[in-house]
Ligand binder design. Structure first.
Ligand code: ARG
Length: 399
């Protein structure tokens, strides 16, 4: 029996041609796997059929949207995960999920390898292959675009020659990746970092400069996870989708950055992630109310390490796993309500409350009812500054 390879299939030109290309170059049978992470667009049955029409021996479609929201987006939210303080890891979160499905289909159908359509210049190749290595060390990874010289021109020629059912009618000048957590746009005229993004780059967000009445919503969290909007219960996927709609309407979550890729290149990226940005703003604020000071301070460092690990393709690493245990433990009191005002590209917290709140009105107030004993501060500062006082005296003596 011929060896098999499972290809992460998007339905686009590169991976459609990739099916025949892989088969020709390796002699393996190609199984196509399309994973729905909320990218929208085409009907999954059309995608499934196209893979078969392009020569796949089997074609599998997995609806992984709930799994993506529960197992990848919620951990990212608990970590307030923003790479370089701004990028909510849209693509970086989907790759380890797709890899998990590649591995399970490979095991199920007896494949010895997996394949993906990434180039050799980006982060996504690393994320796929590092995840596969960690989950199934015996599988090998093949990247036709990178390893088998499948260029865009060759792909177009191949598709024409073999009459593959792919419309190349309107060629998109951008490289786009999207899922329910957001949308990433790169290349084209954006490669000049001085060029401003234009309005038609965006799909999840409306122009924030167009005037619209503000929306005000109340988000309820339980142990770090959003469970309701305005009192109505939602599961994680629905919360993200609802917020994409309402925050997207106000142009929230547009991000334009120069980003440090793992392979050493600086690249200009435009993202839109309305739900993610609004949720992280709300979640951070609830933590401000419910986490004790030192835990909150320490967690900020953990958050940036977590985001860098995930960005760098190390979702299934020992350090990431251990940080998850820490982060989960921090979330046990992160329950309560956050009121958000959405308008003009910004999600602003205007109210917060929690049964688990550490905010003590009687300690904080400057009005009557104050229970804070100010006389204690004098001695506290005396001891707190003692090391500074002692060393300053020494320095004065030796000066
Ligand atoms: N630069 C982003 C990242 O590394 C987005 C990558 C988007 N992928 C794509 N094929 N357009 O996460």
């Amino acid at each position: 029996m011929a060896e098999r390879v499972v290809l992460a299939y998007s339905g686009g030109l590169d991976t459609s041609v990739g099916i025949g290309w892989l088969a020709d170059a390796t002699g393996k049978e190609v199984v196509a796997l399309a994973v729905d992470v909320g990218q929208g667009g085409e009907d999954v049955d059309d995608i499934r059929q196209r893979a078969l029409d392009c020569g796949a021996v089997e074609s599998v479609v997995v609806d992984a949207r709930d799994e993506f929201a529960a197992d990848f987006l919620m951990p990212a939210l608990k970590a307030n995960a923003l790479y370089q303080k701004r990028y909510p890891l849209v693509s970086a979160l989907s790759r380890p999920l797709i890899a998990r499905h590649l591995v399970s289909i490979a095991k199920e159908l007896g494949a010895d390898s997996v394949a993906h359509g990434c180039t050799g210049k980006g982060n996504d190749q690393v994320r796929f292959e590092a995840a596969v290595a960690a989950l199934a060390p015996d599988l090998t990874s093949i990247a036709p675009v990178r390893d088998l010289a499948l260029t865009r021109d060759k792909a177009i020629a191949y598709a024409e020659e073999h009459g593959l059912p792919i419309q190349q009618s309107k060629k998109n000048p951008y490289s786009i990746d999207k899922n329910v957590w957001g949308r990433a746009v790169e290349t084209g005229f954006l490669e000049d970092p001085w060029n401003a993004p234009v309005e038609d780059l965006y799909e999840y967000t409306q122009d924030p400069d167009e005037y619209r009445e503000a929306d005000e919503i109340t988000l309820t969290f339980e142990a770090g996870v959003p469970v309701a909007i305005d009192g109505q219960s939602f599961d994680p996927l629905d919360v993200v989708q609802e917020l994409n709609a309402v925050a997207g309407k106000h142009g929230i979550g547009r991000i334009d950055i120069v980003e440090d890729r793992l392979v050493g290149i600086k690249s200009r990226e435009v993202y839109e992630a309305p739900g993610a940005v609004a949720l992280i703003a709300a979640h951070e604020e609830l933590e401000a109310l419910t986490l004790e000071r030192d835990l909150a301070r320490y967690k900020r460092g953990v958050e940036s390490t977590w985001a860098e690990l995930v960005y760098d393709g190390l979702w299934y690493s020992g350090l990431k796993r251990s940080l998850d245990v820490f982060i989960d433990d921090t979330q046990k009191h992160v329950s309560g309500d956050i009121r958000l005002k959405l308008q003009g590209g910004r999600a602003v917290v205007t109210g917060r409350r929690s049964e688990q709140s550490l905010y003590d009105f009687e300690l904080a107030t400057y009005d009557t009812g104050d229970t804070f004993d100010q006389s204690l501060s004098k001695g506290f500062i005396e001891l707190w500054s003692l090391p500074s006082r002692i060393s300053a005296k020494r320095d004065l003596k030796s000066a």
